[in-house]
Design a binder for this molecule. Structure first.
Ligand code: FPP
Length: 246
């Protein structure tokens, strides 16, 4: 939940940013390239953003790589995306460890092709000690399904607060709510991404296609975020300890 509650003053200022990485296909077809080339260029953008995020005050970065609705895409594209994901998980480990990145994957694993669940487990284990950035990649992810699964588990769990229910949704203890959701390519939708964690997220929509998104675009999105006044339902920013437990 909100890290303002954290006793660690540094952790309290590090933001959780979510990105809906949209526009790979359009970027590629406008250049006469295959959609796969767009997704490959999208991986380059991921590298740029992961490297730049900690210096821009981001402590947690959640990237929407494959939604549960993306299974509806042509089989060849799904298969190409899965191959890219497997390569990324296998080949990126050294760079992630070197940069202090802890990788976790959210979403279903039981429908992923052979090898991917193992690649995820290996990448998560290898990067478990990273403290510079928590990188969360959403694969076969649906926020509604995450909330539904948590509700099923909560049914026998006795009384729950919002915070403990959130832990059931995210699979983590005390994950910070998402502060800012960025969507590229001009589309203005949440598409079943972080619906609980993003209840008070600021939204930033940019025309930039994901393959061309760079560190300046991330800085622009964060600058726009810092100009907003976040009231969390109050009249002005208010210290969380003043708010009674609901
Ligand atoms: C949206 O663009 C993008 C996706 C559905 C996939 C995102 C995947 C990557 C950036 C690469 C693989 C990820 C990792 C973590 C290795 P789109 O294809 O919907 O673009 P369009 O709307 O222009 O067609």
């Amino acid at each position: 939940m909100q890290s303002e509650l954290s006793p660690d003053p540094d952790a309290a200022t590090l933001l959780h940013v979510g990105i809906i990485m949209d526009g790979n296909g359009r970027w590629a077809t406008r250049r006469g390239l295959s959609r796969l080339r767009g997704h490959e260029a999208g991986v380059e953008a991921i590298r740029r953003v992961v490297e730049a995020a900690p210096d821009q005050g981001v402590g947690t970065l959640t990237l929407y790589a494959f939604s549960s609705d993306n299974w509806r895409r042509p089989r060849a594209e799904v298969s190409a995306l899965m191959t890219l994901l497997r390569f990324y998980l296998a080949n990126e480990i050294d760079a992630l460890v070197r940069n202090g990145v802890r990788l976790t994957v959210i979403g279903r694993r039981d429908r992923l092709p052979d090898g991917i669940a193992n690649a995820i487990a290996r990448a998560e284990a290898a990067t478990a000690d990273g403290t510079t950035l928590h990188l969360r990649i959403a694969i076969d992810y649906s926020a509604r399904e995450a909330i539904l699964n948590a509700a099923v588990r909560a049914a026998n769990a006795g009384p729950l607060s919002r915070e403990t229910f959130a832990d059931l949704i995210t699979g983590e203890t005390g994950l910070r709510d998402v502060d800012l959701i960025i969507r590229t390519s001009g589309e203005k939708r949440l598409s079943d991404f972080l619906l609980w964690e993003g209840a008070y997220a600021e939204l930033h929509f940019t025309e930039r296609m994901w393959p061309e998104f760079d560190t300046d675009d991330l800085a622009d999105a964060l600058a726009s975020f810092h100009r907003r006044e976040r009231r969390f339902g109050g009249l002005t920013s208010i210290a969380p300890e003043v708010v009674p437990t609901l």
